[in-house]
Structures are given as C-alpha cells and as structure tokens.
Design a protein around this ligand. Sequence first.
Ligand SMILES: Nc1nc2c(c(=O)[nH]1)N[C@H]1C(S)=C(S)[C@@H](COP(=O)(O)O)O[C@H]1N2
Ligand SMILES: [Mo]
Length: 248
Amino acid sequence: MREASLSRRRLLTGSATLLGAGLVGGCEAPALRDLTSPYGLSNSLTFAVQRWLLRGQPLAREFGPEAISAVFPTINTTDPDDPGYRRAKTSGFADWRLPVGGLVERPGSFSLADLRAMPSRTQITLHSCEQGWSAIGGWTGVPLAHLLAHVGLKPQARFIVMRSVDGWWDSYDLFDALHPQTILAYGMNGADLPVAHGAPLRLRVERQLGYKSLKYLTGIEAVERIDGLGQGRGSMVAELGFPWYAGI
Ligand SMILES: Nc1nc2c(c(=O)[nH]1)N[C@H]1C(S)=C(S)[C@@H](COP(=O)(O)O)O[C@H]1N2
Ligand SMILES: [Mo]
C-alpha cells in the first residue's frame, strides 16, 4: 500500500500525470499544445498542470462588503508621469479611449461611457502582491470576455496583450482572458477607480498574483504569438525575472 501511494505521488508530481491528465481529461481539457507556455519546461509543466486542474474555470473566492480592507495599499506607479495622462486626468478622462485591435473582426476604440454601458460585474476579492501584502477590494467593470466577443476574436488569436501608460505591458492566454472574473475595472469599492489604483481602467485577473492586474490601460491587442514581443518573455515583469504565469 505504502509503495503504491508513494509511486502514485511520484506520478502526481511528474510529467506522466500531465500526459495522463490530457488523455483522461478527453473533451474537457484543452489541447496540450494550448496549455504549454513557451517559457521553459518547469514553467510549462506548472502552467499546464494548473490549467488542467482549473479546467472548469473555478472562480476565485469572493467576499461580502464587510470584508473590504480599510486600507488597500498601492505600489509602483501611483500617478503616471505622462503629459497625455495628466491632461486626461484633469478632464475626468472624458476624452480617454481604449483601442482594441489585433486579431479581431471589428477593431474599435471605446470611451469610458462605452465601457460603462456594457454589462458589468462587481466582485470583492483578495489581491495578493508578490511583495508580500494582500488586501480585499471590490471591483466593478466590464468582463473582458464581453469586450472580446463584441470585437470578435479571430480564430488565430491565442493571447491578449495589454499595455499601460507607464510602460508596463503583459499578456494572457485565452483561459484567463475569458475567465468570468477577468474584468476591466472602472470602479473600486463602489466609487470611480482612483488614480492610485489605475484610473481610468485597470485589469483584474483574480487567479494570478497582483502584478498581472495591469493598471492605467492604454490598449488591448489579440495576437497569435507572444514570443516576438519585447525580449520574448511575454511581459515586462517577466523581463525583470518574475514568472509570466503567476497563478494562485
Ligand atoms: N501599469 C501598472 N500596472 C500595475 C503596476 C504598476 O506599477 N503599473 N503594479 C502592479 C502590482 S505589482 C500590483 S501588486 C498591483 C497594485 O495595484 P494597486 O496599486 O491598486 O494596489 O498593480 C499591478 N499593476
Ligand atoms: Mo505586486
């Protein structure tokens, strides 16, 4: 018995499970080709195993309003030092627009009013920063899946690239992009999203560490490959040494 469970555990930590999972998972599991990240074998294994375990799109835990943290820290960029951004901020982001393009059928550019007129989702979730703090906040915004359906993803699209006014950029596979809790948030804790937290629009990706939730979005692009962007690691933080996939 002991021997059996030991080897079972060994299997569970090895790539054999991955292959087994892919085979046994059958129709539920996305193709393995779609699961592997281009960033090294161990990263790919973690990524693929997590993807398979999460294949039912489970939601990150959501809390009641009483759980909202009295203080939600804010770090790195908290007030972008960019002339265009400063101007937009002065006018309450009335002229701000979000271009959405790349491998989509109907590229477009959306104002805050456009986004607010779309279906919205509010979620109270735990944000975990790689720097060791966490906080619970309430976020309101349009599900990215809705916006992507609106512009119509082309079949070749496999990743969504996002850029920010402070030079941060990142990319997400369709699993995360289409996850029901992945939203483009314009509201926080029942009010407009504050500048310090990424106004006028930030991403919330609830199943990854905080650094994937880009603030100050300036554009969204659907692409087939991400290895041609920047240094080929898929994100700015990956170029600084953090994992591209930061699942929690
Ligand atoms: N554009 C941009 N996005 C960003 C950052 C940033 O500095 N610039 N910081 C990231 C990190 S490390 C974290 S933990 C969260 C912090 O969000 P907050 O300032 O609302 O707490 O935003 C993430 N997104
Ligand atoms: Mo962070």
